[in-house]
Design a binder for this molecule. Structure first.
Ligand code: NDP
Ligand code: OXD
Length: 309
């Protein structure tokens, strides 16, 4: 059996457990952390590698991204023959469903206001709200968005979904393409963003689009910071059209200390943690796809570089 060479180049990731896990899953492979000047590898496992990495690895057959989003990767010049493979779910979909459902429910049930009142020693009640007044729109019905939309439908929220191509999901009213975006927004009060960041979706959450949400709208951004125009969100909170937001992703991460989001009490912030890469699930997925490619079999999760996702 030929020896596979795998090179590992992941920023902010301790390499040792990944190398051990990949080696255990693919005993015929040699796995090493990339260093400048390293020998040519067959496959790369990457997260935010430098351009120098690809310039020095022109013979790669496949590039495995240890995240679902490939926006940062696709900014680099990649070896044209290499397939780009992203993580599909790998334990992220259930985390994303948990995170988004808690954000929707926390807003819908006034749980933030109750927490503030109780901390202040106030035993107060807010009028129960009607679920039918809180239709949730999920932008992006891929691996994560579809799971989130169905989890929300399980809680009996009216759910709308928007994708590039038509999708049929139980309990989800489907909209697709640019022509149906305005209708999708007008039908939604809470907006969840799970789009990939591509030239078509950058700045998509801007003043014009967010103004189309129903009054008292709420924004949950768990995809990428550059989908959202920060000043437009703040202006719509000030005007009262939007009631609040939960944001997990930002244009600059970590969020700079002087960013106004830190001081806006209607915005709930988390540090890009809504769905974390789980090492064991990811290694199992990557190893089985590498083995399938080696056997000449098709694999799912290939990135369409032209579309950007
Ligand atoms: P998928 O590729 O599976 O799904 C993308 C969805 O977006 C598809 O439904 C696709 O439509 C739709 N889409 C793409 N472009 C457009 C467009 N121009 N107009 C309308 N719809 C569009 O991605 P995942 O669900 O796996 O991940 C989504 C994103 O979530 C990632 O790209 C990443 O940025 C983010 N993410 C964030 C994490 C976090 O911790 N905050 C963790 C993991 C991911 P169609 O179905 O027609 O192709
Ligand atoms: C991802 C992420 O894309 O962690 O997987 O944001």
């Amino acid at each position: 059996m030929t020896v596979l060479n795998i090179t590992f180049c992941c920023t902010n990731t301790a390499p040792e457990p990944w190398l051990a896990g990949l080696h255990a899953a693919l005993p015929q492979a040699e796995v090493a952390v990339w260093q400048p000047g390293a020998a040519q590898a067959d496959y790369a496992v990457v997260w935010q590698p430098p351009q120098q990495f690809f310039d020095e690895q022109p013979q790669l057959k496949g590039i495995f991204n240890i995240g679902a989003g490939v926006d940062a990767l696709l900014k680099l010049r990649l070896p044209p023959q290499a397939v780009v493979v992203r993580l599909e779910d790998a334990g992220m979909a259930v985390q994303m469903a948990e995170y988004v459902c808690q954000a929707v429910i926390r807003h819908f049930r006034d749980l933030e206001a109750y927490a503030t009142d109780m901390r202040a020693g106030h035993w107060t009640y807010y009028k129960p709200r009607q679920r039918s007044d809180f239709p949730v729109g999920v932008m992006g019905l891929g691996v994560l968005g579809a799971r989130v939309a169905q989890a929300l439908a399980h809680f009996e929220f009216p759910v709308n979904g928007w994708s590039r191509t038509p999708k049929l999901l139980d309990g989800v009213r489907g909209f697709n393409g640019a022509a149906q975006l305005d209708a999708f927004l007008a039908a939604s009060r809470v907006l969840v963003n799970l789009l990939p960041l591509t030239p078509d979706t950058t700045n998509i959450l801007n003043r014009e689009r967010l103004s189309r949400l129903q009054p008292g709208g709420y924004v949950i951004n768990v995809a990428r910071g550059a989908h959202l125009v920060d000043d437009d969100l703040l202006a719509l909170l000030d005007s009262g059209h939007l009631a609040g937001a939960t944001l997990d992703v930002f244009r600059t991460e970590p969020l700079p200390a002087d960013h106004p989001f830190w001081r806006e009490p209607r915005i709930i912030l988390t540090p890009h943690t809504s769905a974390r890469t789980l090492r064991e699930d990811s290694i199992a997925q990557i190893a089985s796809k590498m083995a399938a490619i080696e056997r000449g079999e098709p694999v799912a999760g290939l990135v369409d570089v032209g579309l950007g996702y």
